[in-house]
Design a protein. Structure first.
Length: 273
DNA sequence: AATGTAGTCAACCGCAGGCAT
DNA sequence: CATGCCTGCGGTTGACTACAT
């Protein structure tokens, strides 16, 4: 990355340098972040003399310089997680990225575009998905029965105790409804991405797994790894439910998963259910 | 070996939301 | 309350690389 960048035509606009970063610039930025921490990107140029906009600095840091970045190819496990989370959330790359420690939204976005946008997921993924959907289907019918037996079909929005946050996945036509409460400590997808082995634990959560995207991702991951015994759950794999984009948006807003992911990534308990 | 094509990656742009003034 | 600035996000673009013909 040394030497003058070739591309991007304009190299300086309004006093800001554009185009590829030089190692010198990288050094300055890294040093700045080390001293002042992340944020306040607009002040970087003033402090360091870097002729880069705050936006550009932030992007460079987030996508390339951050020390916790995982370099190298997306693993099949990560791939499967991406597929699932995309089915759930659509193009919310930053949200998906939060479930994959060391990966950036940009990376995932690029990966998705090149691998899936053209409609050709790997065989690996197709297999996993098929298995996943089958399991989910079985789960669903089981659960449906259980709920009916318990007279637990939920159509309530104003719900019980104020403390426990309860999320109601209403309106979901073919999926029925479910109420999931705080009891479940969702396994960290971070661990999944890192290759953790909590398969058995997961199965114990199957009651909560209904429509639990984090668990789904993890279970799918297990399936990909070759186990395939994981019970699951409320996926919204796009080809099953139609428009992944819309579903993704809908689900995202339903679940407000940001906090969950953060907790999961930090190894803490899932605060959503 | 040369050329064309597809894949990958890094960086830019515009927009929206949040926050401080 | 209105305005402006900052940050973050998603979409897009362009250069580089690998592979195929």
């Amino acid at each position: 990355m040394e030497g003058e960048p070739l591309g991007w035509g304009r190299q300086e606009v309004d006093g800001w340098r554009k185009g590829p970063w030089t190692s010198q610039e990288d050094k300055l930025l890294v040093e700045h972040v080390r001293q002042h921490g992340e944020g306040r990107w607009n002040s970087v140029s003033k402090v360091t003399g870097l002729k880069r906009s705050g936006k550009s600095c932030r992007l460079r840091w987030v996508n390339y310089l951050r020390p916790d970045l995982k370099r190298g190819k997306i693993t099949p496990q990560e791939e499967s997680i991406i597929v699932q989370l995309h089915a759930l959330w659509g193009n919310r790359w930053s949200t998906i990225a939060r479930s994959l420690p060391g990966r950036t939204d940009n990376e995932i976005k690029n990966y998705w575009r090149t691998h899936f946008k053209k409609g050709k997921p790997s065989k690996n993924i197709e297999r996993a998905r098929a298995r996943f959907l089958k399991q989910r289907q079985e789960m669903q019918s089981q659960k449906q029965q259980q709920l009916l037996q318990m007279g637990h079909v939920v159509a309530k929005d104003e719900n019980e105790d104020g403390g426990a946050r309860t999320v109601t996945a209403a309106d979901d036509d073919d999926r029925g409804s479910a109420v999931i409460d705080d009891a479940c400590a969702a396994p960290a997808v971070a661990e999944a991405a890192a290759g953790g082995h909590h398969h058995e634990d997961l199965i114990m959560h199957d009651a909560m797994d209904f429509m639990c995207p984090m668990s789904c991702a993890l279970l799918l991951h297990c399936a990909v790894q070759g186990g395939g015994t994981g019970s699951c759950c409320g996926s919204t794999a796009s080809d099953e439910y139609g428009s992944s984009e819309e579903d993704g948006a809908t689900w995202g807003s339903l679940w407000n998963l940001d906090g969950v992911v953060d907790d999961a990534a930090g190894g803490g308990p899932c605060t959503l259910w």
